[in-house]
Design a protein around this ligand. Structure first.
Ligand SMILES: Cc1cc2nc3c(=O)[nH]c(=O)nc-3n(C[C@H](O)[C@H](O)[C@H](O)COP(=O)(O)OP(=O)(O)OC[C@H]3O[C@@H](n4cnc5c(N)ncnc54)[C@H](O)[C@@H]3O)c2cc1C
Length: 317
């Protein structure tokens, strides 16, 4: 994959060892598949990404912002552009406001969900345990309105700070945020979906409830135990591959199982035996294997139930 030499120099000068050229996206996505991007630039904060975005816009190079890449499938042909990876494992979490009813915390977008879970448990704050075991960053999780059966990001996010396409920071409170099932749409602002990469989430304010530390911890242990039983953690995946269909009494995983597809393989990709809505990278799968298996599942479910399963996973390339 070729990339103009003058661009290479600019990235080397500005990002040194934080930039990888011709970098396979299998290194930066949880599926561990996917061809190369021109370059992957790793930063901890959105303010460091601002320069890259300006450079890309000025030079008409497409870019993609990712967090931990846990909900992304990059095709084997790769991404003809720059990937900006915003990841800060321990992150920055600050208590902004504290009353007997509510604690508001400010969190930067590259902070992992796990770091916020630990912070909430340590400080006896309830409301975040739904996120235990969701492996992404705060920015990716807000974009996807990540959640489980006990809550979603939309339930607890009070506001987000975004970097707009024109390079300005803006705070968007609840009136601008339309959270729905695995989706955040910005309203009254004319930008569209965060997944369009038209704006970047820099940080957010999350509202939690002061509680008894022991109670929060006990609840956390139960959530972790349940996830261990239900999810195939031993293989790479992107979590649930399909959204649960509206207007159906069945979850996506149940429909896949009813079609007899549990364990079905294409190349190195397989439908998990443990959870039928997980496509797993069982044995050195390619993105093509995963996409072919996805298409087989969609066809079989549609033929049998007249339901089109829409991917939850973002397919790139
Ligand atoms: C084993 C496993 C279990 C999972 N379980 C769950 C679950 O229970 N519930 C659930 O909802 N999801 C689950 N997921 C999916 C995934 O973890 C979540 O969607 C996650 O929150 C995505 O975060 P990320 O940082 O990895 O985002 P990425 O996958 O890197 O990106 C996801 C999307 O967000 C965009 N994006 C990322 N960062 C930003 C930013 N700062 N600003 C604007 N856009 C941004 C990307 O462009 C992309 O469109 C699971 C995944 C795995 C692998």
């Amino acid at each position: 994959m070729s990339f103009d030499n003058k661009f290479v120099e600019w990235f080397k000068d500005n990002f040194g060892s934080d930039v990888q050229f011709n970098c396979p996206m299998s290194e930066h996505t949880r599926f561990r598949v996917g061809g190369p991007a021109y370059a992957v630039v790793s930063v901890r904060y959105v303010k460091e990404a601002k320069k890259v975005i300006k450079f890309c816009l000025n030079n008409r190079i497409q870019y993609l912002v990712i967090g931990k890449g846990t909900n992304i499938l990059v095709k084997d042909s790769g991404f003809l552009g720059i990937v900006i990876r915003i990841l800060d494992k321990s992150g920055r979490i600050l208590i902004k406001e504290q009353t007997s009813q509510c604690v508001k915390i400010a969190v930067t977008s590259g902070t992992t969900m796990a770091a916020v879970c630990r912070f909430a448990i340590k400080n006896g704050l309830s409301g975040f345990n739904f996120a235990l075991g969701i492996p992404g960053t705060i920015g990716g999780s807000i974009t996807m309105n990540a959640g489980s059966d006990t809550g979603t990001m939309g339930d607890i996010v009070e506001s987000i700070d975004v970097l707009t396409p024109s390079g300005h920071y803006k705070t968007l409170n609840k009136g601008y945020l339309d959270f729905s099932y695995r989706k955040l749409k910005l309203i009254n602002i004319g930008f569209g979906l965060p997944t369009d990469n038209k704006h970047i989430i820099a940080s957010c304010i999350i509202s939690l409830v002061p509680s008894d530390k022991k109670v929060v911890k006990k609840e956390a242990m139960a959530v972790i135990k349940k996830r261990k039983v239900n999810q195939p953690k031993e293989f790479y995946s992107a979590g649930c591959f399909f959204k649960n269909p509206e207007n159906s009494k069945y979850f996506a995983g149940q429909l896949i199982e009813l079609c007899g597809l549990k364990g079905k393989t294409v190349g190195g990709a397989a439908v998990s035996e443990k959870h039928a809505n997980f496509i797993i990278n069982k044995n050195r799968a390619t993105a093509d294997d995963i996409i072919s298996l996805k298409e087989i599942i969609q066809k079989e479910v549609n033929d049998k139930y007249r339901i089109f399963l829409e991917p939850e996973v973002i397919i790139v390339g």
